[in-house]
Design a protein around this ligand. Structure first.
Ligand code: AMP
Ligand code: MG
Length: 488
């Protein structure tokens, strides 16, 4: 592995160097061979042989320089002060096979000076959810952290009941959160300039070509955040806890807790059980992204040449960037070019899904069964299931819509339409029920279901034999939601 530890050379007030606290009797959960190859981990026999010991915190390779990062944040709209890292350590930074810097971050590694009232640990169920979700988003083509693997252990962890301690080696292009700047602004304002230089040089070096590198950098963060959230909306992903400490400065999805993938389409859907006001409901995500950036940007006014006006100019394109990316993506999901007629029919389609509480993922995928049924038996079946839920006026509305849609696609080469439908509408996402089945088995020591989901979600746009009917079954309409809450 090509180690490139740079964070550890920043001002020591920004972190606390310490090793992980070992878990008792760590055992393999799952190992992500493709991430290992990406990192060059597979070329090192010692790392390969001892990955469970490393994730279990028992063995720290010589080139690792573990540290807990200091950051703060706004949680549910309120300033929460210092927050982390209370249960994770940045273990090492490496250059991957694409020369991209990657952080190896061990989550669930024990107490740090920033643990507050927590125990520094992560339980198996949240570890599995994070492991599978990072993998799923990456394979769907959405910027996200991923993971090298996870372990389970005999360390008992108290939550609502006793659970097994686990640890995940998260891999992300950065672990710098918006909340890092909030921490600096509150606790070490003299470091802002040095830290901003580090962020630009490390993550946005192209901004050095600008006359105003700081503003160019901030514009890029705004743009990448807007695009990431557009990707979420398109795929039907709800992050669940978009606090400023959970958003990366690289516009890459991170910190999975109460996330979910949309099933029966309801824009007001709240996946996070602890989110009583629906602040982080699916439909609020674009506005919350803006809220977070709006509260974050003024910290940079301490820097020379950055004013209220220039910051406003950085944030202004957020909405247009989001809308453009979202609308282009929505048209692609229907196999249509980005133009006003396409958007009209797309929004009618979303209304149809919403009015009838149809499954978002299956609904879009079923369009292949409408456009080219003979070549797509799986999607033809999805379409039959979907239309079997419609009656009376709803069925009529579907028939009207599908007639107009089929007429609209006539103007374009059919292969192009099919290809666009196939590559923008996954056959599989990580439904809460799927993750839960894998968790239930894993809690009994059986990891085969985690492995099967890993394989399935490795190719989400391809219909696969290893899938079961449950992988594409939404809950019954108006069924009570599975309770998924914050940090566990
Ligand atoms: P989250 O809502 O999961 O993003 O967590 C917010 C903050 O609380 C993060 O900075 C975590 O490091 C910290 N935290 C969450 N769970 C624990 C825990 N069990 N022990 C210590 N710190 C924790
Ligand atoms: Mg967090």
């Amino acid at each position: 592995m090509r180690y490139h530890n740079t964070y550890v050379h920043l001002d020591p007030r920004l972190y606390h160097q310490q090793p992980p606290t070992p878990l008792k009797n760590p055992r393999a959960g799952h190992f992500n061979l493709s991430v290992a190859e990406q990192l060059g981990w597979t070329e090192d026999e010692d790392l390969m042989a001892r990955w469970v010991d490393i994730l279990g915190g028992e063995y720290v390779p010589a080139q690792f320089e573990p540290l807990a990062m200091a950051y703060a944040g706004h949680q549910f709209g309120q300033w929460a002060g210092q927050l982390g890292d209370g249960r994770g350590l940045l273990m090492a930074q490496v250059l991957d096979d694409n020369d991209q810097l990657q952080d190896l971050h061990l989550k669930g590694s024990g107490l740090t000076p920033y643990s507050r009232m927590g125990d520094g640990r992560a339980v198996l169920r949240s570890t599995i959810r994070e492991y599978l979700c990072g993998h799923a988003l990456n394979q769907l083509g959405i910027p996200s952290s991923n993971a090298l693997g996870f372990v389970v252990s005999d360390t008992p962890i108290r939550r609502e009941c006793m659970e097994a301690g686990a640890a995940l080696m998260r891999v992300a292009d950065s672990h710098i959160r918006l909340g890092h700047i909030e921490w600096i602004a509150s606790f070490a304002p003299d470091l802002l300039s040095e830290f901003t230089d580090y962020m630009i040089d490390t993550y946005y070096p192209e901004c050095r070509d600008s006359d105003t590198p700081v503003l160019a950098f901030l514009q890029k963060v705004v743009e990448r955040t807007a695009r990431m959230i557009a990707d979420w909306q398109l795929i039907g992903f709800a992050h669940g806890v978009m606090n400023t400490d959970n958003l990366s400065i690289t516009g890459s999805t991170m910190d999975f807790g109460p996330f979910g993938f949309m099933e029966r389409f309801n824009p007001a859907w709240i996946n996070n059980h602890s989110d009583h006001t629906g602040r982080y409901a699916y439909q609020n995500q674009p506005a919350i992204g803006h809220w977070n950036l709006n509260i974050w940007l003024p910290h940079f006014m301490r820097l020379e040449g950055v004013t209220r006006e220039t910051l406003a100019d950085c944030l202004a394109p957020y909405e247009a960037t989001f809308m453009q990316h979202y609308q282009q993506g929505l048209c692609r999901k229907l196999g249509l070019p980005h133009q006003s007629e396409s958007l009209t029919i797309a929004f009618e389609w979303l209304t149809l899904l919403e009015d009838n509480l149809l499954d978002y993922t299956n609904g879009f995928r079923a369009l292949l069964g409408l456009v080219a049924p003979d070549e797509h038996p799986y999607e033809q079946q999805l379409l039959l299931t979907l239309t079997s839920e419609l009656q009376g006026e709803a069925l009529q509305a579907w028939e009207d819509w599908s007639t107009r849609y089929l007429a609209q696609i006539q103007s374009f080469p059919i292969e192009q339409v099919i290809n666009s439908l196939k590559t923008n509408n996954p056959a599989y996402v990580l439904r809460n029920s799927m993750a839960q089945r894998a968790i239930t088995a894993a809690e009994q020591g059986q990891f085969e279901e985690v492995a099967r989901l890993y394989d399935l979600l490795a190719s989400p746009y391809t219909v696969q034999d290893i899938a079961t009917a449950l992988d594409s079954s939404p809950p019954a309409p108006n069924a009570p939601q599975m309770p998924i809450s914050c940090s566990s």
